[in-house]
Write a protein that binds this ligand. Structure first.
Ligand SMILES: [Zn+2]
Length: 353
């Protein structure tokens, strides 16, 4: 027997080897139906994988962010299955979840955007067939032979590149589609439902390396229901309509140049608008008794290390080295303000500032 601790702290004693879905059933049948995966001690698992260690236990459903990732990851596999069945020359490589969706990279084929509806239709067939998605462990060398025999060189390469201590790998099967993957996935293809869409195609390289094979990338997105899918595309349209780069040009307010990436060239109308906003802001500040200060744009890295910005945002900070000292453009005003504060303030009686 093993002991599972539920999110509410309740303890549950179950036989070792029980499947997550059976634990869910013990809690409620409704929950078992909605279960996308389970989490045991922070490790996500398929609902059909035997649980052999006790610890914290929770059920992942459409309410959890992890649930959406698992849905999208499964959608990437359904996409790969559809592409392999429509394009016999396609070789599957990898298909991760990304922000707002997923993609899958294929070698050996070219897919044009107008072919996406055909692939979506095939995906819908796979969803309707409701294939169980089953997991199986395979010894590493056996898996390498297995994928070599199936004519999947990229999977073979992925296995070869795994760290030496990996002795066995997990293989997932849905219908005639077989994938090398850690998982977890939805328990059946039918659970993907109808709320998925392929969005675009692009070129990519194997392992992101331009000296390696060029691949066909297909992007898509998926949600737990059609309303959320529709809302997502409405949001994208609205964002496009409000795109400041487009509006700035149309309204002759400002533009951008390669000479200053991300910085603005203000035109007379835009700068007038800008100044009007500043005037308004100053009027409000004055009304509430605030006074202005100004601090340097570029400050020594030591300050940003002290403030913590360096540790948190270093990769997003603009830096330059002057006389062997590293400086960064201020990502925030507070550290500069703190230095002014420190310079003059002697007592709490001086507050508020
Ligand atoms: Zn997978």
């Amino acid at each position: 027997m093993i002991e599972l601790v539920l999110p509410d702290g309740a303890k549950m004693s179950v036989e070792s080897g029980i499947r997550g879905v059976d634990v869910a059933s013990k809690i409620s049948e409704g929950l078992a139906k909605k279960a996308v995966a389970v989490k045991v001690n922070d490790t996500l698992m398929d609902i059909t994988t035997p649980i052999t260690t006790g610890g914290t236990f929770s059920i992942i459903t459409d309410r959890n962010p992890e649930g959406l990732e698992i849905l999208r990851h499964t959608a990437a596999h359904v996409l790969a299955q559809a592409v392999e069945s429509l394009y016999p020359n396609a070789k599957a490589t990898i298909g991760p979840v990304i922000e707002n969706g997923f993609y899958y990279d294929f070698a050996g084929i070219i897919i044009k955007e107008d072919e996406l509806p055909k692939i979506e239709a095939k995906m819908a067939e796979i969803v309707a067939a409701d294939y169980p998605i089953s997991r199986q462990m395979m010894a590493r060398d056996e898996a390498e032979r297995f994928f070599a025999e199936r004519g999947e060189p990229y999977k073979v390469e992925i296995i070869r590149d795994m760290p030496e201590d990996v002795k066995e790998v997990s293989i997932y099967t849905q219908g005639d589609y077989v994938e090398l993957c850690r998982g977890p996935h939805l328990p059946r293809t039918g659970m993907l439902g109808k709320a998925f869409k392929l969005t675009k195609v692009s070129a990519a390289y194997w392992r992101g390396d331009a000296t390696k094979e060029s691949l066909q990338r297909v992007y898509g997105t998926a949600f737990f229901n059609e309303k959320e899918l529709k809302n997502y595309f409405t949001m994208l349209e609205e964002a496009e309509r409000r795109d400041h780069r487009k509006l700035g040009k149309e309204m002759d307010l400002y533009h951008f140049e390669e000479f200053a990436p991300g910085d603005v060239f203000w035109h007379p109308r835009g700068w007038t608008l800008f100044q009007t906003l500043i005037d308004y802001m100053r009027k409000r500040q004055k009304a509430f008794g605030y006074v202005e200060i100004n601090t340097p744009q570029l400050m020594n890295r030591v300050l940003w290390e002290t403030s913590g910005h360096w540790d948190w945002y270093q990769e997003n900070m603009f830096t330059t080295t002057v006389e062997e000292k590293a400086f960064a453009l201020k990502p925030m005003n507070c550290p500069g303000g703190v230095l002014v504060f420190k310079h003059g303030l002697t007592s709490y009686r001086d507050l508020p500032q």
